[in-house]
Design a protein around this ligand. Structure first.
Ligand SMILES: [Ca+2]
Ligand SMILES: [Ca+2]
Ligand SMILES: [Ca+2]
Length: 369
């Protein structure tokens, strides 16, 4: 895992309860999640991206924004603990966004929804984000990297849980794999981001990662450089969930979905647009409700310390659901856009709660025509 940056700040400890302790191997906490990490404390099985088929929206972990986060290795044998009995006691050092990875062959136990977990949906073939179990009893059974030697799959569920102790029950079934648990910092609003069209590199999600100097694209060393004055003038941008797009994808059609973003809750969306586009701003940007904040930032092409271009920050309010973003249909002489998403500030959240719009389980799909 050379070069893997630790992004997870949530301190996690895990203790097995008596029902799980009968299955011997204790759980392990505090590992760093990524491709090929050990899924369980009592198996060689690994977590991997489920497929290299991009129509499923999940070729790697990059779009889930979970690489570098902390995770827990349960004992796979403890899957047999009853779904109504505590298996593990997980202590979170702070409020966290928690992701549960549950074997798709498994009837989802009632405790999953009772704890507030919701399935993370997408518009791909499976209709949901998934990760793969690369099962193996020896090295010959294990592939290296996403989509290789994947034997079974897990659906992705997520909930925001408070600091303190949480009891996770068993699955009550011995034939499937046990679940996995990944923690990220609270405040993140994106469930996942994926490529909906085009052949360019898959986007990456940096949870709560927008800051001056952030690497702007997955296929360039360019950086977005923002002054503190501008960050103060655009509330929510600093520390927003940041989507690194592919700069090469700037030529993609302006009337066809290029990226797909699953918002877990209503959010403020930011679109960073190279000023050289001039009057050629595609219609979909305004149709989604994006308006210019009048604030600009610098693009340091090459990340060499020199600002080469300026970009304008657009902003829109988007509801929970799956949103599609088209291309710019603009070739060389322009950088692709950046996307960032932050939670709606507290007064707005309270209003939405009063209107009964918070906590909607069903993801709404939005398309522009
Ligand atoms: Ca593997
Ligand atoms: Ca395998
Ligand atoms: Ca430069």
């Amino acid at each position: 895992m050379a070069g893997l940056e630790l992004r997870g700040a949530v301190v996690v400890s895990v203790m097995e309860l008596p029902a799980a302790a009968t299955y011997a191997d204790p759980p392990a906490a505090g590992g760093i999640f990524g491709e090929d990490v050990a899924a369980f404390s009592d198996r060689l099985h690994q977590w991997n991206g489920v497929s290299t088929d991009v129509t499923r929206r999940q070729p790697t972990f990059a779009g889930l924004g979970l690489v570098g986060e902390t995770y827990v290795q349960m004992a796979n044998d403890a899957r047999a603990v009853s779904a109504t009995s505590g298996a593990y006691q997980v202590t979170l050092g702070e409020e966290a966004q928690v992701f549960l990875l549950i074997d798709t062959r498994q009837a989802v136990p009632a405790w999953v929804a009772s704890m507030g977990f919701e399935r993370v949906l997408n518009g791909g073939t499976d209709g949901e984000y998934r990760v793969g179990y690369d099962e193996g009893s020896g090295a010959a059974d294990l592939g290296v990297g996403p989509g290789l030697s994947i034997n079974t799959q897990a659906a992705v569920f997520t909930a925001r849980l408070g600091a303190g102790v949480h009891v996770f029950n068993g699955l009550g079934f011995a034939g499937n794999n046990n679940y996995g648990l990944v923690t990220t910092r609270a405040g993140t609003v994106v469930g996942g981001v994926a490529r909906a069209g085009g052949g360019n590199p898959t986007p990456a999600l940096l949870r709560l990662g927008f800051a001056s100097g952030v690497t702007a694209f997955v296929d360039r060393t360019h950086q977005f450089v923002v002054t503190s004055t501008v960050l103060a003038a655009v509330p929510g941008l600093a520390g927003a969930d940041f989507v690194q797009t592919s700069n090469d994808a700037r030529a993609f059609s302006a009337t066809t979905a290029l990226y797909e973003v699953t918002l877990l809750e209503d959010a403020t969306a930011f679109l960073i647009l190279d000023n050289r586009i001039g009057s050629a701003v595609p219609a979909w940007i305004g149709e989604m409700g994006f308006v210019s904040t009048g604030q600009t930032l610098g693009i340091d092409e090459g990340g060499d310390g020199s600002i080469n271009q300026t970009a304008t920050i657009y902003q829109a309010q988007l509801g929970a659901g799956i949103w599609e973003f088209n291309g710019l249909e603009f070739g060389g002489g322009l950088n692709h856009y950046g996307l960032a998403f932050s939670a709606v500030p507290e007064p707005g959240r309270a209003l939405l709660g009063a209107l009964g719009l918070m906590g909607i389980l069903t993801i709404r799909r939005r398309r522009r025509r």
